[in-house]
Design a binder for this molecule. Structure first.
Ligand SMILES: [Zn+2]
Length: 433
């Protein structure tokens, strides 16, 4: 039976229901699931109070609803009839009713939770309410799953105290709870932070600081409690409070950028070999030969345009760019001496035989550029200056500039979708000197 309130049809339905009522003896006015639900909740004497107006249809998903003094009942074929009221109903309304991310209610409100709390499930998530935390939504997803794994509102996190917020660095999201927070980022997962460790992490700049996102939960033992982050660990002990230990990248992962020069400033590696007419450190050369062999085997020959450049060479190069473009522009396309990855002997600029799109953006669309983007990580290289992230690296997109970091790290960065060495080791952005 449909519940469309067209007067003529309504009259017909009423007659039919009356007849059906006479025949089988069911109550005549229990004519719709919304009416049934209202009666089941106590009718005018229940939480909803008196009826206001008529039942209205035409909502998304074939939905209908009815207003009452203190709430609503919404019905759809998929969700059945569900009542909303009070603080939970008010938040749902504020989020745009069934049009919002929560969609329709799929349960009624359930109370009796710890701290006199209640919750209600919706298509897109849940709303939890308690006297202490008010009504807050949790959306289905990794953050809510982490909260659930800890025992929901009965666990250490307690009730949510804010909605999930997104737009954090690297596409991350977070939600605050009574007992701490849960942060999630793509390729990293969702982890909770709380107490002193959470506090100190905050003073160090949360996920934007050198520690970056949490990679584990806090683990406690005889030596105190420890939590691992992208860029290091935080350890809490009752006698010492919280201590921070930053990870030190190994010699092949060394972060060289506009805020982190080589040391000493005129550093030159001592283990270089010749690769296509250009010097590279031995480990980087081994990786590059395998990379170039694999490219060749796929029918993609490539050339080496530049490898190691000494402090003196870089000084000459940089000064020529300054003379040509001025310092501001030069700083976006060339490193100052002592600040170039090429001086480390771990960076190589590649090109196509014949020079197509050499050292230009369009190199990314050439055979060699595509092979590098798709396969370089398998051989220990990263595209060090990706597109659209110059505010971290300080450099415009350079699809030809490969940096050797070793196979383990390159593969891990690829797997976790971490674009830059700075983010991987939790270094702050280095857009300028
Ligand atoms: Zn380069």
């Amino acid at each position: 039976m449909k519940y469309i309130r067209v007067p003529a049809l309504s009259t017909v339905l009423t007659v039919l229901c009356l007849l059906a009522g006479l025949l089988v003896g069911t109550p005549v006015w229990a004519a719709s699931p919304i009416q049934d639900k209202y009666q089941a909740l106590g009718g005018p004497a229940g939480n909803l109070g008196a009826v206001i107006g008529g039942e209205k249809c035409g909502l998304a998903g074939g939905g209908c609803y009815q207003d009452y003094q203190r709430g609503q009942i919404h019905w759809t074929p998929a969700t059945g009839a569900r009542a909303t009221w009070g603080a939970v109903g008010a938040l749902w309304q504020q989020q745009g009713w069934e049009q919002g991310r929560l969609g329709y209610a799929v349960t009624d409100e359930v109370c009796g939770l710890v701290g006199s709390g209640c919750y209600q499930s919706f298509q897109g998530g849940q709303i939890y309410w308690s006297p202490a935390s008010g009504a807050q939504q949790t959306l289905w997803g990794a953050i809510r799953n982490r909260w659930a794994a800890g025992g929901f509102e009965s666990g250490p996190l307690g009730y949510p105290v804010a909605a999930e917020g997104c737009g954090l660095r690297a596409g991350g999201c977070y939600q605050a709870f009574q007992g701490g927070q849960v942060h999630w980022a793509p390729g990293i997962g969702a982890y909770a932070t709380g107490g002193s460790i959470d506090y100190v992490w905050g003073t160090l700049g949360w996920e934007n600081g050198r520690l970056g996102y949490p990679l584990t939960e806090e683990v406690c033992g005889a030596a105190g409690c420890t939590q691992n982050f992208q860029g290091g660990t935080l350890t809490w002990h009752p006698s010492t409070g919280v201590t921070v230990t930053y990870y030190q990248p190994g010699e092949y992962q060394r972060v060289i950028n506009k805020r982190n020069p080589l040391s000493p400033i005129d550093y030159a590696p001592s283990d270089m070999v010749n690769v296509g007419g250009h010097p590279l450190r031995y480990q980087a050369a081994l990786g590059f030969w395998q990379f170039a062999d694999a490219a060749n085997a796929s029918g993609v020959p490539m050339t080496v345009i530049s490898g190691f450049r000494s402090y003196a060479t870089q000084a000459t190069l940089y000064n020529s760019y300054v003379a040509m473009y001025g310092q501001e522009r030069a700083d976006t396309i060339s490193a100052r001496p002592g600040f170039s990855e090429h001086q480390s002997g771990l960076a190589v600029d590649i090109g196509n035989p014949g020079g197509a799109c050499g050292l230009q953006d369009c190199f990314a669309q050439t055979a060699a550029g595509k092979f590098a983007a798709n396969r370089a990580h398998e051989f220990g290289f990263i595209i060090r200056y990706p597109a659209g992230i110059s505010y971290w690296t300080g450099y415009a997109y350079e699809p030809w500039h490969l940096r050797y970091v070793g196979k383990d790290i390159a593969m891990d960065m690829h797997r976790r979708g971490i674009a830059t060495l700075e983010q991987y080791y939790g270094y702050p952005p280095a857009p300028s000197y």
